[in-house]
Design a protein around this ligand. Structure first.
Ligand code: NAD
Ligand code: DAU
Length: 337
């Protein structure tokens, strides 16, 4: 049995990855370590919670006493756990430093003395390159993060690298682009706009709506990570781009069309502070290893919209009944102009 530790496995990408891992690798045992912050939910893993090849542990990656024994028996670590929402980092950066930087440092310290560790996959982000006006970011490009979230992720990315260079921890760094798919917390633009549109509520589009994101279906992302666990070279960085550059305004229009809702629901609001204009990844390094995104964006968006339409049980308790979500939403969007 290969023992795989997935941190942040109750979040959006992590839960999709746990499902992927259990389905694709009958000889893997997966341990999910997740603090269950506002963004982590055991519901995301409901279909695998009783799987004998899966163990769920509620806990903090920053808890050295907890993670030491987990690393001691791990063959692979896939480190997703993080604070992830850019807007929340702008209104409160410290928790991002605690989790994304210090939490990663605690895991890496434990990894130094992990006897059977074969790969430590550090999940970084395309945001570490900063906003790119033209062309596509390569793995060797300078890192120019511009918001507290991406700066924290860049720190963790380089910290992980340093543990390879200094201590020979088998770190492989993944820099994925914007993910979309099922189980994404409805603060992020696609699930927020889809669920608002279902309810006939305004879609708050930041600034002029011309910002570009490169959308990667979460299942394509999971396949890329699986490849990196097997064939990623320690000390190396791998971009994982979806190859789907879309302006936010066009994304918003497509969502409305898929739900047969009027364009009048689009509500231009004040821009995000320091809003990165565009991200774009050159993923030729991963392409050369045989990976390509398989999900066409139109198909992926339609199936994602359908998933939120068919799974109101999943998001209504957050959007309609969670006072913390309501407080966040009101503070962030009320009086935004
Ligand atoms: P998410 O916010 O949906 O999930 C994060 C998970 O981490 C949650 O389950 C949360 O409970 C857990 N967590 C937070 N702090 C923790 C702690 N101290 N200890 C243990 N668990 C903790 O995030 P996501 O969108 O699934 O992103 C996963 C990873 O991928 C993150 O590292 C993020 O930076 C990176 N990433 C995300 C995207 C994207 O588009 N979503 C793109 C590129 C990179
Ligand atoms: O690029 C990878 C990153 O993608 C990940 O590292 C982050 O964890 C993830 O949250 C995501 O960051 P973004 O800031 O790109 O995602 P978000 O869904 O918050 O916003 C996508 C775009 O939509 C961005 O240009 C801002 C815009 N937006 C977002 C929200 C929430 C709006 O116009 N209105 C909104 O209400």
């Amino acid at each position: 049995m290969t023992e795989v530790l997935v941190t942040g496995g109750a979040g959006f990408i992590g839960s999709n990855f746990v499902r992927h891992a259990l389905a694709a690798h009958p000889d893997w045992h997966v341990t999910t370590l997740d603090k269950l912050t506002y963004a982590g939910r055991s519901e995301n893993l409901k279909d695998v919670l009783d799987d004998p090849r899966h163990t769920f542990i509620r806990g903090d990656v920053g808890d050295a006493a907890l993670v030491g024994p987990l690393l001691a028996r791990a063959n692979v670590v896939v480190h997703f756990a993080a604070e992830t929402h850019v807007d929340r980092s702008i209104s409160g950066a410290l928790q991002f430093v605690r989790t994304d930087v210090l939490g990663t440092a605690v895991l890496l310290e434990a990894a130094r003395s992990a006897p059977g560790l074969h790969r430590f996959i550090q999940i970084s982000t395309d945001e570490v390159y900063g906003s790119v006006a033209t062309g596509a970011s390569r793995e060797t490009d300078e890192l120019k993060p511009r918001n507290p979230y991406s700066a924290s992720k860049a720190a963790a990315d380089r910290l992980a690298y340093s543990y390879w260079a200094t201590y020979d921890v088998p770190v492989v760094i993944a820099r994925p682009s914007n993910n979309y798919g099922p189980y994404q917390y409805p603060e992020k633009v696609i699930p927020l706009f889809v669920t608002n549109a279902i309810d006939g509520l305004p879609l708050p589009l930041y600034g002029d709506g011309q910002n570009v994101r490169d959308w990667l279906h979460v299942e394509d992302h999971c396949r890329a990570l699986d490849l990196l666990i097997g064939r990623g070279v320690p000390g190396e960085v791998y971009n994982i781009g979806g190859g789907n550059e879309v302006r936010n305004v066009d994304l918003t229009r497509r969502i409305l069309e898929l739900l047969d809702r009027p364009a009048s629901l689009i509500k231009p609001v004040a821009d995000r502070l320091g809003h990165d204009r565009r991200y774009c990844l050159d993923s030729s390094k991963l392409h050369a290893m045989g990976w390509r995104p398989q999900m066409p964006f139109d198909q992926g968006l339609a199936s994602t919209v359908a998933w939120y339409r068919e799974n109101e049980w999943w998001w209504r308790p957050i959007k309609d009944a969670d006072p913390a979500f309501r407080a966040y939403y009101d503070a962030h969007y009320q009086n935004r102009g």
